[in-house]
Design a protein around this ligand. Structure first.
Ligand SMILES: *Cc1c(COP(=O)(O)O)cnc(C)c1O
Length: 435
């Protein structure tokens, strides 16, 4: 199948970008390596739609990996950014916008007694782990296979084979020694976690977990999984870090872990709370956060941390996240799920599984239910690539990787999804061709 996307201008820009940027991009998934072909270059976005440099329009189901919960360029956020920018792009000194955003976050998540802003989700998790280690005077960190917590060295670990829980670097350039204190367990496997704690529990500083996994498609937690994390951590004196960089303010106004039975000491945020600007945040129990400098001995800093323009964007975004927004997101997520299942069925594409939590939609060309990274990886890569390109040719922008989450934004209306039906249908027809 020959793809008609992208157009001539995108192809030209791609050739130029390849000559000056590593692999033509600033973040690997954007390169389309996961689906083949040439990336589309975007000129602008508005509401539910993205417009490429060749003048083509796409319904946006990536939503900048979840950050654009209100769609592209929401006027209220753009106005706040303009206002803030006119007053100064950075001060390197306190401005009221920092505590104004922190107050809004704490109003929604009262357990965040103290908050620190950074510039990315990666920094947020890396710093939360450092604070947990500083607080507990322990070294080890537990993460789950298929969970993504940014690209800090210590968290780029994968489960090793052979010796149980002996982890290996998940990237070249990360020395074995750096991940030796990172223990990798299976998601949704409370028994495996209990066994790990039995052996290593007394040296575990923290367990870091996505309360709804969103980096291996969408994998919801089993009932007992999150509760087991909390109770084991409590019993062994380890902390729990809820990584809500995706889920924070996406599934409700606030965090989701407490609703799902997870008691967290620290929480990390990003994506939505930056309103489309580079922001991350970590926060939680005051006694734990007080280990961070300048109050405590754990060093963490940032030239552009709490940047006024980014803080203004985040505050404007949170002010726009009304209960109506979340009701709409749920409705649109459900409609997308229904359409996906309907067309997969109509085109007789099997196996196909949709796993949805609110506006997070995971598509797997694999049998469900998918409970962990092993199940997610079974999703047929070639089929997803065909599906992706046929949808793209028909004006639908999906994540260019089978293991990423599809995000619905609140700018999407029922009529937008109705208009996307031929694109979905074409996607499944293309996917059917191979097995
Ligand atoms: C995106 C993401 C991160 C990393 O955030 P960046 O801003 O890309 O550094 C961390 N944790 C989770 C759960 C994420 O989805």
């Amino acid at each position: 199948m020959r793809s008609t996307s992208p157009g001539r201008r995108s192809r030209g820009l791609w050739r130029r970008a390849l000559k000056v940027l590593v692999g033509g991009v600033d973040s690997p998934v954007r390169s389309f390596r996961g689906v083949g072909g040439t990336p589309v270059f975007f000129a602008r976005g508005r509401g539910a739609y993205l417009f490429d440099v060749d003048g083509r329009r796409y319904l946006d189901l990536v939503s900048s990996w979840g950050a654009n919960i209100l769609g592209n360029a929401p006027p209220g956020v753009v106005a706040a950014v303009r206002r803030a920018a006119g007053r100064g792009l950075t001060f390197g000194a306190p401005s009221p916008l920092e505590h104004e955003l922190a107050e809004r976050i704490r109003q929604a998540v009262p357990r965040l007694e103290r908050i620190r802003f950074v510039s990315s989700g990666t920094e947020a998790v890396m710093s939360a782990v450092r604070a947990a280690r500083g607080f507990t005077h322990r070294a080890k960190v537990v993460k789950f296979a298929g969970g993504y917590h940014g690209h800090s060295d210590g968290l780029l670990a994968r489960a090793g084979s052979g010796v149980a829980h002996q982890s290996l670097p998940d990237s070249a350039g990360v020395p074995r020694g750096v991940v030796q204190d990172t223990l990798v367990c299976r998601y949704n496997d409370p028994a495996g976690l209990a066994e790990l704690f039995e052996r290593e529990g007394r040296s575990v500083a923290a367990v870091v977990v996505e309360p709804v996994a969103g980096n291996m498609g969408v994998v919801p937690p089993h009932d007992r999984f999150l509760e087991t994390i909390s109770s084991l951590a409590r019993r062994y004196g380890a902390l729990v870090i809820a990584d809500e960089v995706i889920t924070g303010f996406r599934l409700r106004r606030g965090t989701i872990h407490e609703r799902l039975g997870l008691t967290a000491d620290l929480v990390t945020l990003g994506k939505i709370v930056g309103g489309g600007m580079p922001v991350g945040a970590y926060g939680g129990r005051r006694d734990v956060m007080d280990v961070v400098a300048p109050v405590g001995p754990v060093y963490q800093a940032g030239t552009l941390s709490g940047n006024p323009v980014a803080m203004a964007a985040g505050a404007a975004m949170l002010d726009l996240l009304t209960p109506e927004v979340y009701r709409n997101l749920e409705r649109m997520g459900a409609q997308l799920e229904e359409q996906l299942n309907q067309f997969a069925e109509a085109e007789r594409v099997r196996p196909f599984t949709v796993q949805r939590v609110g506006s997070m939609v995971g598509l797997f060309f694999a049998p469900g239910p998918i409970q962990d990274d092993r199940g997610a990886r079974r999703s047929n890569r070639a089929r997803y690539a065909r599906f992706f390109h046929a949808a793209l040719d028909n004006g639908l922008y999906l994540p260019p990787s089978r293991l990423e989450t599809t995000f619905v934004s609140a700018a999407i209306r029922p009529s937008d999804l109705a208009r996307a039906q031929p694109a979905l249908r074409a996607g499944f027809r293309a996917a059917r061709g191979i097995g």
